[in-house]
Design a protein around this ligand. Structure first.
Ligand SMILES: Cc1cc2nc3c(=O)[nH]c(=O)nc-3n(C[C@H](O)[C@H](O)[C@H](O)COP(=O)(O)OP(=O)(O)OC[C@H]3O[C@@H](n4cnc5c(N)ncnc54)[C@H](O)[C@@H]3O)c2cc1C
Length: 434
């Protein structure tokens, strides 16, 4: 009898786990996702103008079409079926549920109107059903994005690019209408530490130097001559490239173009200013000691009507699984949680790394399952289908996803690759032919 495995989450971690399990054969893999559409942050996180990165969806779709794989979309573990029930039905359950919520900055004023965490804001401009109603007020001249990783750069770029520059993206209509009607001219990317500690990769950074209507700005006095510190060779090379790019940016003039993306390093947010609504962000100047930013007591204000903290993501507990509330992960030994229960991806090791960084997690989870479970003895798919049938859960299959995909691609205005549906109701309506 095949080993039956339920993978909860159809992001990269879920699919890499499925791929690794299939390599050894004699396995039946069911991939469960709370959304009708698969692929996690590849669909709902990766920037809409980075279509090449999203192409890995095609490979994962092939995995989902394997005879030994079944996709159960629109099924939320914890709502439609419990983890305990899944563990009763499957030889192994792999949690690959990601880290979908924002970490807070933890400063006064963070709850004002006009503050949107990056998970929500990125979800909004990527048509994630949870965030389509965010309705951010972009009738603002300036925005502050807190954090110096690729997510902050993505948000700055999507906010500042013109409609023509976004024509070959899959930015949803409602977000395009709001963003491209915005009078926004200045975006600030704010980091507590310096340019050397910043986490962005060089390709993403350089993109900000090629925008049609916005010029990148950096204070040259914030840029060191070279990369000091104890970095391994790979990190040092990346940091040297970033420093060279930032030096090019520092030589650009503000009046070259009507808009600007400003990098403000050594600045730690201390308060969101304003009444009900955001009117600015107060930051404290810092200096870096060791690897830490230390406040100097000197503050200054950045007038802005929008604040987007991009300071990290957090997982939430899955009822029935242990949870480390400090680290916001499911505690595990290289992916093993308890007999028959495993984790992979961001819920295993925290919200770091790129899509491919989740592959080793999938390989490890599959290897543990092989080692721990010699032969299958739980029914798996038939039991899940029965329980979801009893509960009248509307499951979407991979064929259903293909119909949604065909509709999204067929209604797109070229060169846009697809016109994304953002509501679960609309997705199900496509399947019902209405
Ligand atoms: C804004 C942003 C941009 C990024 N851009 C890039 C990029 O350009 N290139 C790159 O390589 N990497 C990028 N990354 C990183 C990459 O997206 C992540 O490394 C990767 O998606 C993490 O994979 P995961 O499978 O752990 O989580 P996720 O991709 O989040 O997948 C988790 C899945 O679990 C599902 N789920 C959650 N809870 C439940 C439940 N209870 N029941 C059923 N299903 C559930 C979710 O719906 C989701 O589909 C980006 C990340 C972010 C946040």
């Amino acid at each position: 009898m095949p080993v039956t495995v339920a993978i909860v989450g159809s992001g990269p971690a879920g699919f890499y786990t499925a791929d690794a399990l299939l390599k050894d054969g004699n396995v039946e893999v069911d991939i469960i996702d709370r959304l009708p559409t698969p692929f996690g942050l590849i669909r709902a996180g990766v920037a809409p103008d980075h279509q090449t990165t999203k192409k890995i969806q095609q490979k994962f779709e092939q995995t989902a079409l394997d005879d030994n794989v079944c996709y159960f979309g629109n099924v939320e573990v914890g709502r439609d079926v419990t983890l305990d029930e899944l563990r009763g039905m499957y030889d192994a359950v792999v949690l690959a549920v990601g880290a979908p919520f924002d970490r807070k900055m933890g400063i006064p004023g963070e709850d004002k109107k006009g503050v949107h965490g990056s998970a929500a804001f990125v979800g909004w401009y990527n048509a994630h059903p949870d965030f389509r109603h965010l309705d951010p007020d972009l009738n603002v001249k300036a925005a502050a994005i807190v954090g110096v990783g690729n997510v902050a750069i993505d948000i700055a770029r999507v906010l500042i690019k013109t409609a023509a520059e976004m024509a070959d993206s899959d930015l949803p209509d409602y977000a395009a209408a709001t963003i491209h009607a915005s009078p926004l001219t200045d975006v600030y990317i704010i980091g507590r530490r310096g340019p050397i500690e910043a986490k962005f990769t060089n390709v993403e950074l350089r993109e900000l130097g090629k925008l049609e209507t916005a010029v990148p700005q950096v204070d040259p006095t914030q840029l060191p001559d070279g990369v000091e510190g104890d970095w391994d060779d790979r990190d040092r090379r990346l940091k040297e490239r970033n420093l060279a790019t930032l030096k090019e940016f520092a030589a650009r003039r503000r009046d070259e173009l009507p808009k600007a993306v400003h990098f403000l390093f050594y600045a730690s947010p201390v308060e969101v200013l304003g009444g009900d609504r955001v009117e600015g962000l107060r930051v404290e100047r810092t200096r870096v000691e060791g690897n830490r930013a230390v406040g100097t007591g000197e503050t200054f204000d950045i007038p802005c009507g929008l604040v987007i903290p991009a300071v990290g993501y957090r997982s939430v507990p899955v009822p029935g699984a242990p949870f480390d509330a400090q680290a916001c992960i499911v505690p595990n030994q290289d992916g093993r949680v308890a007999p028959g229960l495993y984790v992979a991806g961001w819920v295993k090791r925290g919200p770091t790394g790129v899509i491919a960084s989740n592959r080793p997690d999938g390989v490890a989870a599959a290897a543990h399952i092989r080692q721990d479970i010699a032969a299958g003895n739980k029914p798996g798919r038939v039991a899940l289908q029965a329980i979801l049938g009893q509960r009248q859960v509307r499951i979407t299959s991979i064929a259903d996803w293909q119909k949604i995909r065909a509709m999204e691609e067929g209604t797109a205005l070229p060169p846009a690759p697809r016109r994304k549906l953002s509501s679960i109701r609309d997705m199900l309506a496509v399947l019902d032919g209405s």
